[in-house]
Design a protein around this ligand. Structure first.
Ligand code: FEO
Ligand code: CA
Ligand code: CA
Length: 646
């Protein structure tokens, strides 16, 4: 996501992390010399495991001797049997490109009515009515999943954030001037659920389907799990600490084996502000966790707190504790209440990837997308029984953080009152970042999407980038020296780490790891910033973010990086979607997005003949053209011969 700064600041778009760092107190660079020294000493280790540049050994090969990333380094511009298309070059223009033999169409765009009573909603000038703003497709699409229920295909999609300046055109720089403005912004974010259907005219939203639903920043939620009912979860409006309103900054997604949707709350901190500017002025007196999670007096310019007291932390200091969770939604039951699962921990959730251990326990992998934060895993106490009750499966269990060792092994460290020294399990979960620091988790380069391979017992996580690696501590003051899976200082290209649980058991507490790819620019650098050997001038990219496996076991990689196509990023063009072979390490480019956009969110139709891809925050006038406002949209991609696409 990219956010507008508040009106009293420069209006340049910043990343969420940049905004937090610019506006919230962070630990000063401490012991800088020692950090640099450790980073330099790490290079000795890396030279033995990873090699960079043309002619070097493929990264990771020594760790996974069989079925490994034997990257050829030569095939990225050549189609192979595993990639039934000719890879496409980079693009820098304002539209979408796919390979020859494939076509794309727009399925749904921000502001499109999901119900007939919202047919008058007008996005042409960004001035849609507040009354209908919770009846239309939300803005800035992100994670999504498709569900099949009694012959209906139901698409659940996150609407991560909203462009204030576009949706409030009457207000200077889109800063809300009244409660109605705030309500409109709240309505355009959250989750959109809708039935979709393919006919001879292509895929369309089934308007007025009983499955269509909008979940917004005001929708009732149930809070479940060990932190539910704890004093830290209680507010003036909810003395029970079990009922909250809204799900916010819904980023990545997940799905359960029992057919429910998981939506993940990421940069929730930006919606809160304070009528008393105590947090920013006296950081040491902020409520517990406020500094670590970036909760300050101004927020990100949404100004909710000035018109909706729920978001004023001076009045409701516990309200921020009620976001930052994974939320479960049953798309087959439009009247069901979404459930916030506190067992999965509170942090800036990217997505939630569910796997099953051989004994049936439910394992959930989750990333915390902030510089130097952690990778988490949850293992349920009870086992999943198809058709049986799933109550408590995502709450009763143990939360872990990852510890990566430089020798290619790793361990999941349990987060409990005993291991962390924290007072209760509820506190461990509410302040999961603090718990992770307490046990010495490995600081990561912004963990984004995690996926498990349907053809092998292994997980993959996009570590999108981290300009602070080896430069400054994370928000909790943990040093962030270069380390095994995060081997480059000032890492602005990103990498994908892969782990294999011991005993082929996702519930195992130990694993081996390697790097599937290190993005980089071999045209600019001949060292580690040139990328791993499976990167070349024909397939280079930066900032891997979204990710999904298809049914063939190929891994699709979406990017959210710099698209200026200059200097360190020359030759990388617009953000894009690539596809990789986990066995050979080969990676080729399949799609490019419009200038200004990030490509995020990926799902397949039930018949696997259509791929659904999300385009977030496009620039220019995409997709409508003719000078129209840009609209975040979901597109369909098909083969022209209508054969399977993954
Ligand atoms: Fe919403 Fe970390 O991406
Ligand atoms: Ca993302
Ligand atoms: Ca990102």
């Amino acid at each position: 996501m990219a956010i507008d700064k508040p009106s009293n600041k420069v209006s340049t778009k910043l990343s969420a992390d940049d905004w937090d760092e610019a506006n919230f107190p962070r630990p000063n660079d401490n012991d800088f010399d020692r950090i640099v020294e450790r980073a330099i000493s790490r290079r000795g280790f890396l030279g033995g495991v990873l090699a960079f540049g043309s002619g070097a050994a493929a990264m990771g090969m020594g760790l996974f001797p069989t079925n490994s990333t034997a990257a050829t380094g030569t095939a990225s511009t050549v189609s192979t049997n595993r990639f039934p298309f000719t890879p496409i070059p980079i693009q820098t223009d304002g539209t979408v490109h796919v390979p020859a033999g494939y076509s794309w169409n727009t399925l749904v765009s921000w502001g499109q009515p999901l119900f007939s009573d919202a047919d008058g909603y007008d996005v042409t000038k960004g001035g849609g009515a507040v009354e209908k703003s919770d009846r239309v497709f939300g803005e800035n699409t992100d994670g999504m999943e498709i569900f099949s229920y009694r012959g209906h295909e139901i698409l659940a999609i996150n609407n991560e954030y909203t462009n204030r300046d576009i949706n409030l055109p009457a207000q200077q720089e889109g800063v809300p001037a009244n409660a109605a403005d705030v309500l409109k912004l709240q309505n355009l974010q959250g989750v959109s659920i809708m039935e979709i259907k393919e006919s001879e005219n292509g895929w369309q939203v089934v308007k007025d389907s009983p499955f269509n639903r909008r979940i917004t920043h005001n929708s009732p939620m149930k809070i479940a799990g060990p932190a539910a009912g704890h004093d830290l979860m209680k507010t003036a409006a909810d003395s029970t600490g079990t009922k909250s309103l809204g799900t916010m900054n819904n980023c990545g997604s997940g799905r359960t084996p029992w057919g429910t949707y998981l939506t993940c709350e990421e940069n929730f901190n930006g919606y809160f502000g304070s009528s008393e500017a105590i947090q920013d002025q006296k950081p040491n007196q902020s409520p517990r966790g406020y500094d670590r999670y970036g909760i300050g007096a101004d927020g990100w310019g949404y100004d909710y707190h000035k018109w909706d007291a729920r978001f004023d932390t001076a009045k409701n200091p516990n309200e921020p504790h009620r976001v930052g969770w994974v939320v479960e939604i049953d798309p087959s039951k439009p009247d069901s209440t979404p459930v916030k699962h506190t067992g999965l921990g509170r942090f800036k959730h990217e997505n939630a990837e569910v796997a099953l251990a051989p004994d049936g326990r439910v394992v959930v992998y989750m990333g915390d997308d902030e510089r130097g934060e952690f990778l988490y895993r949850f293992v349920s106490k009870d086992v999943y029984v198809p058709g049986g009750s799933t109550e408590g499966l995502l709450d009763n269990g143990t939360l872990y953080v990852a510890k990566f060792n430089d020798d290619g092994t790793g361990k999941w460290l349990a987060l409990t009152p005993e291991t962390t020294g924290m007072a209760s399990l509820a506190e461990v979960l509410i302040f999961a970042r603090e718990a992770g620091s307490a046990v010495g988790a490995t600081t990561m380069d912004r963990p984004e999407w995690i996926r498990v391979n349907p053809h092998a017992v292994e997980g993959y996580c996009c570590l999108t980038n981290n300009k602070n690696r080896g430069v400054k501590p994370n928000a909790g003051g943990d040093d962030t020296p270069t380390n095994g899976p995060n081997p480059r200082e000032s890492n602005h290209y990103g990498q994908i780490v892969r782990w294999r649980p011991h005993n082929d058991d996702y519930a195992s507490d130990t694993f081996d790891w390697d790097l599937y790819v290190m993005a980089g620019n071999p045209d600019v650098y001949s060292n580690e910033y040139g990328g791993s050997k499976n990167i070349n001038a024909g397939n280079m990219f930066n900032s891997p973010d979204g990710m999904a496996f298809d049914s063939n076991g190929l891994i699709w990689i979406q990017t959210d990086g710099k698209d200026n196509n200059e200097a360190d990023f020359a030759g990388m063009g617009n953000n894009q979607m690539l596809v990789g072979d986990p066995v050979t390490g080969e990676i080729v480019r399949f799609m490019t997005g419009p200038k200004g956009s990030e490509v995020t969110g990926l799902a397949w139709s039930v018949d696997r003949r259509t791929m659904f891809v999300g385009i977030q925050h496009p620039g220019g006038d995409w997709p409508d053209g003719n000078g129209a406002l840009p609209r975040s949209s979901i597109i369909t991609v098909k083969r022209n011969d209508n054969k399977l696409i993954g």
